[in-house]
Write a protein that binds this ligand. Structure first.
Ligand code: SF4
Length: 201
């Protein structure tokens, strides 16, 4: 479904009708990446959440707002960022009246990968940030452990600097205020490495 001479607007339009895996049946709509055409940093999460599914925009829910705050604290201008996900439809299961996030399968991640690869190819970012294990393992290999290597620059053909850290939603799930503050501090520290990578070139 990737157009012959892809551009960000043309692949976004094409992805609206994607049926490459069954997730289109469950999600409200395709939630494609968003950000400036000249973005220097591409931040990649797992999949859209409930708010993103309903609005059609990535990282607009509570985790996205936390990401915005951490980027600001780290001194990264949101205007140089592009945010996207490895899977572009919301996978969920019902729990009462709520729709609960369900991790995408390896085959769903593989089916959606051409969209992400084309986004990266078109943007040619200086830095890629994998947010959480699903994105990190999709891009850096199944054995990659965010807990062991968060904030480290990982050699990759995808961009001059590739870093993995936690997904902001994991900070929201911290058991108490103190651990949430500590997790936010560590997340912001990881993003400062992104800012340093941007200013060192
Ligand atoms: S999740 Fe990705 S591959 Fe599957 S239907 Fe949606 S856009 Fe297509």
């Amino acid at each position: 479904m990737i157009p012959d001479r892809p551009t960000l607007p043309s692949i976004r339009d094409a992805a609206v009708d994607c049926r490459a895996c069954d997730l289109y049946k469950r999600g409200t709509q395709t939630v494609f990446g968003e950000g400036g055409r000249t973005a220097q940093v591409v931040l990649i999460g797992e999949q859209p959440g409930n708010d993103e599914d309903l609005s059609g925009h990535p990282f607009v829910g509570p985790a996205g707002k936390l990401l915005d705050r951490a980027l600001e604290s780290a001194g990264i201008d949101r205007a140089v960022c592009y945010v996207t996900n490895v899977v572009k439809h919301f996978k969920w299961e019902p729990r009462g009246k709520r729709r609960i996030h369900k991790k995408p399968s390896a085959s769903e991640i593989a089916a959606c990968r051409p969209w992400l690869d084309t986004e990266i190819e078109l943007l040619k970012p200086r830095v890629i940030v994998c947010l959480g294990a699903t994105a990190a393992q999709a891009l850096l290999g199944r054995t990659f452990r965010v807990t062991a290597h968060r904030g480290e620059a990982v050699p990759s053909p995808l961009a001059p600097v590739v870093i993995a850290t936690v997904h902001p939603s994991s900070i929201l799930r911290a058991p108490d205020d103190e651990s949430r503050r500590e997790e936010m501090r560590r997340f912001t520290d990881d993003l400062r490495k992104v800012r340093n990578a941007l200013s060192s070139k």
